[in-house]
Structure formats: structure tokens, C-alpha cells
Design a protein around this ligand. Structure first.
Ligand SMILES: *Cc1c(COP(=O)(O)O)cnc(C)c1O
Length: 407
């Protein structure tokens, strides 16, 4: 029986109507929107429209007729509103990894005489791998990895670029973007923020924090669908001086002049490389409309309350799960991570009961809280189910121990 106080929270929830914008399977509580957002109804309709009408009927005229060519800017501006960026600084394109390559190279070339890229040793691996790849391409750079607690102390005049993911993908620990960016700037360091677990999850203020560059993901909290294109942000203050190395024709000032000489487009458009993936970008573009009338502060308030309800419900049951996320909500994104030696099997047993979470090696059960489609009742039910799975040791059954390719 769902307690009355939990039902009351749903009744007074200003975001309660947003759940209807999504197609969610029956009897499923989805706590993995931090890895792959669910399907918005408008995204499904757009996919059908883009394929049947636009591609099927209007063929190549759709580049103009249906504005395919403008999708990177159009989706980019919708994302800009979500991450606190004034127009003209965000563009939708490529994957987060590829966007990291472009903005890191751009940032490094703005810092002559400095070559160190400082990052968190627990950063998402692709962020670190891309620095390695740039070095192998001949760009002078060296990666300095520090634990989160040492980052501020490691900021000095030898550092060219500070590369951080705002919310740690395993633990959910969140940096203070405003103070870290200011501390880096005080030493002449440019800052690149990865917003994979921030964009769409809570308010981000790129302009107000005077961030230099940012990248982020389209398929997590922005619900753009599997492999949806990503985005990048280049602050106005750098757009005149900056260059990016993947100088493809879509970033040219006049792509359809077909000139043999590369001439970068003005502004953030220079960061485009090749033809946009129209099928997936049109789907993301439609999915983003869900945010058009949403106050990101309301999303944060509800996210904090959902996480608090989950923790209270779980604590009342005493399990051996150890919270590895910060207990102080201010230092946390919109996820909870629990350590347990059997985290993988627990996750599988949870999924078998309709509560979808994920596992991150070596021993973390990760739960994402996306306020647009999760109710308080969902979250209460998920905590009860988790407590039950752990205390019954149901996860020890052999079918829950089999590791799959994607965890
Ligand atoms: C999910 C994620 C990515 C994903 O990068 P792709 O290139 O889209 O695969 C990058 N960075 C972080 C921090 C992530 O969590």
C-alpha cells in the first residue's frame, strides 16, 4: 500500500502532467534516464513524419522545405535555453566524444605556452581518451589527473585547460561550476565542462558562470533517443579567435560555394563538421520541446525531493547498500549510487521486477531521477522493491549473475 503522504506529494507536483508526454511501458519504473531517456510521444510522431513524409515524399527538397539544414542551430538553441546560454553559442552535432575533440583542440590553441590539461582521475573515460588522441595527433598537451578533492589545489599557471564533467557518472558527485570556473580563470586557465549528466537534469548557468566551452549528451536527460546527436557550447568571447580541427564543409562560411579553400563560418557554426544525422536530430529536436515550458528550478526541486524520498524509504528498511553519492544534496547531481559487492546481480533482479537501473563497474548500482516522468509513487515503489530484493537475497539466483555486453 502506497502511503498517503506519498500520494499527496504527487497531487501537489507542478510537473505531474509531464509524464503524459512520454510513452512508458506498463509496469515499469524507469530509473535509467541518465543513460537513455525514454521515448517522448512527440519524438515518435516526428520520426514517422521525418521518414514517411519528409524523406519518403519530399525527398531532397526537405533540406529546405522542412529545414533539415537548420536542425543543428534549431536544436542547439533549444538546448541553449536549458543550459543557461544566450543565443548563438550552442550547436547540436556529432557525439559528445567528437565534440570534446573539437573544443579541447580549440581551447588548447588559445593557450600558447601552456600545454597541460588538468582533469579528474574519475572523469568519464572518453573525456580522457580524447586528450590522449589529440596528443597523438601532434597537438602539444599532457594530461594531469587528480582526485576531485585536489583539483582546486592543482590549478596553476602551467595548466592550459581544465576539463571536468560537472556530475561524476558513477557517484553523482557534482562540482560547483561557478566557483571552480572562477578559480581556474584566476590562473588564466580555460574551462571545458562536460554536461552529460547535467543538461536537462537541473539548472545549468553556462553564461552566468562565464564558462569557456562545454559539451553534452542528447540521449540522456534530453531524451533524444539512442545515439542522439550531442551538443557543444562556445562562449561568445572566444568565437572570433577560435579554430577547430575537424574543418568539414558544414562548418564552412559558404558550404554550397564548394570552394577548395576552407573558410570557417562565423560563430559557433564553425564547429559543425559533416552532414547532420537528420533522422536522429529531428527526433531530438522534437523531444526538446518538452522543456519549452518547464522551469529548470522546478525540475531540481522535484529531483531533490524524489531522491530524499528514495533514501528515507530505503533507510527505513536497513539494507547493506552503501550510499556512495554525497549525502549532501547540494553536492549531488540527479542520481544516487550505491555500493554493494553484488551490485550487478541486484541490478538484474531489480530489472526483472520492473525497476530499471544500471550497474557501473566495479560495484555500483546507479539510479537516475528524472522529474519529468517519475512520480513520487514510482520512487517509493522502487525503493521498496530494492529493499526487498536485497533483504530476500533473491539476486543470488543464477540468472541474475550472467554478465551482458552492455551493463
Ligand atoms: C555518456 C557520457 C558521454 C558519452 O559520450 P558519447 O560520445 O556520446 O558516447 C561522454 N561524457 C560523459 C561524462 C558521459 O557520461
Amino acid at each position: 500500500m502506497i502511503p498517503e503522504r506519498v500520494c499527496a506529494l504527487d497531487l501537489s507536483d507542478p510537473l505531474v502532467g509531464k509524464k503524459a508526454a512520454f510513452l512508458l511501458p506498463e509496469n515499469t519504473i524507469y530509473l535509467d534516464g541518465n543513460s537513455l531517456g525514454p521515448l517522448p510521444k512527440a519524438a515518435k510522431a516526428q520520426a514517422e513524419q521525418t521518414i514517411s513524409q519528409q524523406w519518403g515524399e519530399d525527398l531532397i527538397t526537405s533540406w529546405n522545405k522542412h529545414g533539415w539544414i537548420d536542425l543543428p542551430q534549431q536544436a542547439g538553441e533549444k538546448i541553449a535555453k536549458i543550459v543557461g546560454a544566450a543565443p548563438g553559442q550552442v550547436i547540436c552535432c556529432d557525439s559528445t566524444s567528437v565534440n570534446l575533440f573539437k573544443v579541447l583542440a580549440a581551447a588548447l590553441t588559445l593557450q600558447p605556452g601552456r600545454s597541460k590539461v588538468l582533469s579528474d582521475k574519475d572523469n568519464f573515460p572518453t573525456d580522457l581518451y580524447m586528450v590522449e588522441g589529440l596528443r597523438q595527433c601532434g597537438l602539444e598537451c599532457a594530461l594531469d589527473l587528480q582526485p576531485a578533492g585536489e583539483i582546486i589545489n592543482a590549478l596553476d599557471e602551467s595548466v592550459a585547460v581544465l576539463l571536468l564533467t560537472e556530475v561524476n557518472f558513477r557517484t553523482g558527485q557534482r562540482y560547483n561550476m561557478a566557483s571552480v570556473t572562477a578559480a581556474a580563470h584566476a590562473k588564466g586557465i580555460l574551462v571545458v565542462w562536460d554536461l552529460a549528466h547535467s543538461a536537462g537534469a537541473f539548472p545549468v548557468e553556462l553564461d552566468a558562470c562565464q564558462v569557456d566551452f562545454a559539451v553534452g549528451c542528447g540521449y540522456k536527460y534530453l531524451n533524444g533517443g539512442p545515439g542522439a546527436p550531442a551538443f557543444l557550447y562556445v562562449a561568445h568571447k572566444h568565437q572570433q579567435a577560435v579554430n577547430q580541427p575537424l574543418s568539414g564543409w558544414m562548418g564552412h562560411a559558404a558550404a554550397f560555394a564548394f570552394s577548395p579553400q576552407y573558410q570557417p563560418a562565423p560563430g559557433v557554426q564553425q564547429f559543425l563538421c559533416g552532414t547532420p544525422p537528420v533522422l536522429s536530430m529531428s527526433v531530438l529536436n522534437a523531444a526538446l520541446d518538452i522543456f519549452a515550458d518547464v522551469d529548470m528550478n522546478q525540475i531540481r526541486v522535484k529531483s531533490e525531493q524524489l531522491m530524499a524520498l528514495f533514501l528515507q524509504t530505503l533507510e527505513a528498511k536497513s539494507t547493506q547498500l552503501v550510499l556512495v553519492s554525497p549525502s549532501n544534496v547540494e553536492q549531488r547531481g540527479s542520481q544516487l549510487a550505491f555500493g554493494h559487492p553484488q551490485a550487478y546481480a541486484i541490478c538484474q533482479a531489480l530489472i526483472a521486477r520492473g525497476v530499471i537501473a544500471d550497474f557501473r563497474a566495479p560495484d555500483i548500482l546507479r539510479l537516475g531521477f528524472a522529474p519529468l516522468y517519475l512520480s513520487y509513487q514510482d520512487v517509493w515503489q522502487a525503493a521498496e522493491t530494492l529493499a526487498e530484493v536485497v533483504s530476500s537475497e533473491n539476486y543470488l539466483q543464477p540468472q541474475f549473475q550472467v554478465k551482458q555486453k552492455v551493463t
